[in-house]
Design a binder for this molecule. Structure first.
Ligand SMILES: O=C(O)CCC(=O)C(=O)O
Ligand SMILES: [Fe+2]
Length: 231
């Protein structure tokens, strides 16, 4: 029961589809898509300091080591954030199972068929070599960043972002910004249980994350990123 059933009735799905095709970039924001009580348990696990590993990407190379990073100019720095390592000692931490179960749910038939209906395309993992590596939790501190990029890739139909920040304040920063068109950017606050679905090949879908304000945001900004393909 990961989904909030009222949010996936046929009329709701029709409304998501309409919002998606009418917007630039093609995106829809769905608040409260997931069952709150279960998401609370996931958020609780993520707030623990275990299983987080820093990743640094430059525009020319992913997973840059510290020595190379020091030589990478600011303008070439693309991502600095922490990734939740699902293989990180779950035996030591039985609570982390729920966070893993949610990642699995998001790659299962029920959820992918919901995405198929919203995007009107058959989403499937049959041609995805390692599906699980495409669904991850991340956290950003005030010194971390996700700079401007596109997430398009052949056959990739859907990007999903889900925010897991309880008590996020209006001045906490960390908004997602889409390039949009004609200088009309689209700014979305990373509120708890807010899901953003977008078509990474649609015009204006380049995006970035505004800096997190360490003073009002508390420790970290938490999100989940998940990518999906058609055949
Ligand atoms: O955290 C966000 O709002 C965006 C993350 C992102 O762009 C990505 O993971 O590709
Ligand atoms: Fe992205």
């Amino acid at each position: 029961m990961w989904l909030n059933e009222q949010q996936v009735i046929p009329s709701a799905i029709r409304a998501y589809r309409k919002a998606l095709v009418r917007s630039t970039p093609h995106h829809v924001v769905i608040d409260g898509l997931f069952a709150q009580a279960q998401l609370d348990q996931v958020a609780h696990v993520l707030r623990q300091d275990q299983q987080w590993k820093t990743q640094k990407h430059s525009y020319s190379a992913l997973y840059v080591n510290n020595a190379t990073w020091q030589e990478t100019p600011d303008t070439e720095r693309f991502v600095q954030r922490d990734l939740w390592d699902r293989t990180g000692h779950p035996a030591d931490n039985p609570e982390s199972a729920i966070a893993q179960e949610f990642l699995s749910f998001l790659r299962g038939n029920e959820f992918m068929s919901l995405l198929s209906r919203i995007f009107d395309v058959q989403i499937t993992d049959i041609n995805v070599a390692k599906p699980e590596i495409n669904t991850n939790y991340f956290r950003l501190s005030a010194s971390d960043f996700v700079n401007q990029h596109a997430d398009d890739s052949p056959g990739r139909e859907v990007c999903m972002l889900l925010y897991l920040n309880q008590d996020w304040q209006s001045d906490s920063g960390g908004e997602l910004v889409f390039m949009g068109k004609d200088d009309k950017t689209v700014t979305i606050a990373p509120l708890y249980n807010r899901c953003v679905l977008f078509d990474p090949s649609s015009p204006g879908s380049e995006h970035w994350v505004k800096a997190v304000n360490g003073e009002t945001a508390g420790d970290y900004r938490y999100n989940l990123t998940s990518w999906y393909w058609s055949e």
